[in-house]
Design a protein around this ligand. Structure first.
Ligand code: AP5
Length: 222
């Protein structure tokens, strides 16, 4: 019998490095990455009714209503790939109502990763962030520059990545973070997110390796 797959949540302020660490985690652990923000941007790109509504909130840096977000995330968690490989939930839950909804649907994480980054660093990270529309990879003009001229030429910027909008997003984050954290206290691992991308990953990798060993150990004693 195989050990149960990992179920992980990752949280932190805007531009704290969630997406960047998720790339590294999925490469090594093969979990299904479910990012609430990415799912919403896909709805916007598809021009759906949910996407149109979501965009109004995202433009203001506010939380998109639960009616839209909760169902979207639940469907991805229920997918056969997430069930089989385990999941890595990024940017959800952002309120106690979202956390409670998840619990009611029977989804319980093993570990809650919190990326801690001082505020002054966050703004610089947001303003310099670029995305590769072809590979989906996250870059930063200074900290993670594109590998080739060809990639550099096609990089895009997110519509909410301005200094003004990140301040609104930060405000929303501060309003909600304590309520969410208090629900996951027992399984939270705090990570210093201001280190280099590799050093941040080393901290997360340690926690995940330990968790995996625990899960396999449990199996051995049955
Ligand atoms: P979302 O897309 O989740 O945005 P966010 O939370 O603001 O987080 P970001 O994606 O901006 O940052 P990140 O932490 O992934 O950082 P990254 O790795 O890219 O949400 C957007 C909006 O959608 C919300 O405002 C809300 O309206 C809505 N929404 C989303 N979820 C919702 C929910 N559950 N409920 C309701 N509404 C919801 O890194 C940032 C930059 O820094 C990059 O350029 C990267 O290269 C660089 N970088 C990363 N790590 C390092 C490092 N260690 N050193 C130096 N540079 C680094």
């Amino acid at each position: 019998k195989k050990a149960e797959p990992l179920r992980i949540m990752i949280s932190g302020a805007p531009a704290s490095g969630k997406g960047t660490q998720c790339e590294l985690i999925t490469d090594k652990y093969g979990l299904v990455h479910i990012a609430a923000g990415d799912l919403l941007r896909a709805e916007i790109a598809a021009g759906s009714e949910n996407g149109k509504q979501a965009k109004e909130y995202m433009d203001k840096g506010k939380l998109v209503p639960d009616e839209i977000v909760v169902t979207m995330v639940k469907e991805r968690l229920n997918g056969p790939d997430s069930q089989e490989k385990g999941w890595l939930l990024d940017g959800y839950p952002r309120s106690s109502s979202q956390a409670i909804a998840l619990k009611e649907f029977g989804f319980q994480p093993d570990l809650f990763i919190l990326l801690e980054v001082p505020e002054e660093i966050l703004v610089e990270r947001v303003v310099g962030r670029r995305l590769d529309p072809v590979t989906g990879k996250i870059y930063h003009l200074k900290y993670s520059p594109p590998e080739t001229e060809e990639i550099a030429a096609r990089l895009t910027q997110r519509f909410d990545d301005t200094e003004e909008k990140v301040k609104l997003r930060l405000h929303t984050h501060h309003q909600n973070v304590e309520a969410v954290l208090s629900l996951y206290k027992d399984i939270t691992v705090k990570v210093n997110g201001s280190a280099s991308k590799q050093d941040v990953f080393a901290q997360i990798d340690d926690a995940l390796t330990q968790l995996q060993e625990q899960k396999q150990g449990k199996l051995g004693t049955v």
